[in-house]
Design a protein around this ligand. Structure first.
Ligand SMILES: C[S@@+](CC[C@H](N)C(=O)[O-])C[C@H]1O[C@@H](n2cnc3c(N)ncnc32)[C@H](O)[C@@H]1O
Length: 368
């Protein structure tokens, strides 16, 4: 038996990994039948794992040795900060396998949480696996230059000379001097984005994968298809409305971050109005408009609040397009929407964040 320096017994065991779940953790069962989540493994692998934490219902473990590897395992993750930096924790899988794992994770999430079996061939659109990121939060390091990312599992900062997922322009910005403790870097290629002049800066939210964004915008346009009224809820600087405004008689854009307003006013035309207020408050006050509109929501990772969900369930839009950067909260909210009588007409994935287990999704709900 091995012991930690603390004197605690080290629990090591060989187990076969059954599948990957949310966050990319491998799932296996311990000999007593309880579930164990393992970091750094892939489906089908036989691994020697070390139990780090044992709770009543499940344990957490890390892989110590891979005894039989999945053929999609990458022998040498190309980033020199891999394992130290807190980002890009999916680098140990080839990109093709990353996409397959994301698909399996989403199918599993929807079946367990939304009680819905998605088609096995549901589509995940993908683009470049490196150099794709045009927006990132970075932190000051001791020497100030270069900037860094948070270290895995600590609050420290790892100085990064070159990040393989950042665009070339953002890599240049890692070398810029600044007095801030943390900041967003923004590669403003969006100024000439898809033939439009979309305005934004690093102070506000903007999508981070500009290569794949046109696919998502196209998907939203097709799903929306046009009409009398579009409600763009969680609109940011009005990105989606900028591309949808010509298809609708009127657009109402709602966003609680008032810093977005000056950009939205430039990005949106005469048939659009912008409200700097919370989605919950606006929808409650204007609930009669919901049932007349095509409603587009694009909430933060936490998904929609119970309050907004209840308003959307009571006042059903004929079409509700839900753009999400977190499949887990999308699956949770899907369950509530389906229970209230919406039907899921389409669902697609967009691999906006290669080398991580994050995924952008679009669900289209209709009210029969
Ligand atoms: C994922 S971003 C989407 C922005 C925009 N749709 C885009 O693609 O650029 C979510 C946005 O919702 C805003 N937000 C967060 N909570 C909100 C709330 N309760 N009401 C209104 N807006 C909110 C954030 O400020 C952020 O701009």
């Amino acid at each position: 038996m091995d012991y930690h320096s603390s004197g605690k017994e080290i629990l090591k065991i060989q187990l076969r990994i059954e599948k990957c779940v949310q966050g990319g953790l491998g799932l296996t069962h311990l000999p007593d039948g309880s579930v164990c989540f393992v970091e750094g493994v892939l489906p089908g692998e036989l691994a020697e794992i070390e139990i780090m934490e044992k709770k009543r219902d499940f344990s957490k473990a890390v892989a110590v040795k891979i005894l039989e590897a999945n053929k999609g395992r990458r022998r040498n993750p190309p980033c020199k900060y891999y394992g130290k930096c807190g980002g890009c924790n999916a680098q140990y899988a080839e990109f093709e396998l990353q996409i397959e794992l994301l698909k399996q994770i989403v199918l599993d999430l929807f079946s367990r949480t939304a009680k819905l079996n998605l088609p096995q061939d549901f589509e995940i659109h993908s683009g470049e696996e490196w150099g794709y990121r045009s927006r990132a939060q970075v932190f000051a390091t001791e020497k100030n230059i270069p900037w860094g990312f948070r270290e895995r599992a600590t609050n420290d900062v790892v100085p990064i000379e070159k990040c393989l997922v950042l665009s070339q322009n953002l890599n240049e910005k890692l070398k810029e001097n600044s007095n801030f403790k943390k900041r967003y870097l923004f590669d403003n290629q969006s100024e000439k984005f898809l033939g439009k002049h979309i305005q934004a800066d690093e102070s506000v939210f903007f999508q981070s994968n500009l290569e794949l964004l046109p696919k998502l915008i196209d998907g939203v346009k097709k799903a929306a298809s046009g009409g009398e009224l579009l409600l763009d809820i969680f609109c940011g600087v009005g990105l989606f409305s900028a591309f949808l405004q010509d298809m609708f008689g009127q657009v109402i854009a709602i966003e609680q971050d008032s810093r977005c307003q000056k950009f939205a006013e430039k990005n949106l035309g005469d048939n659009c109005v912008f409200f700097a207020m919370s989605a919950e408050e606006w929808c409650e006050k204007n609930s009669e408009l919901l049932s007349r509109a095509c409603v587009l929501i694009d909430p933060p990772r936490t998904g929609i609040t119970d309050k907004l969900c209840n308003t959307l369930c009571k006042n059903k839009a004929s079409k509700l397009i839900y753009v999400s950067c977190n499949p887990a909260t999308l699956a949770r909210d899907t369950r509530k929407l389906l229970n209230s009588g919406y039907e899921l007409a389409d669902i697609q994935g967009f691999a906006f964040y290669p080398q991580t287990f994050h995924l952008e999704m679009m669900g289209v709900f209709k009210c029969p």
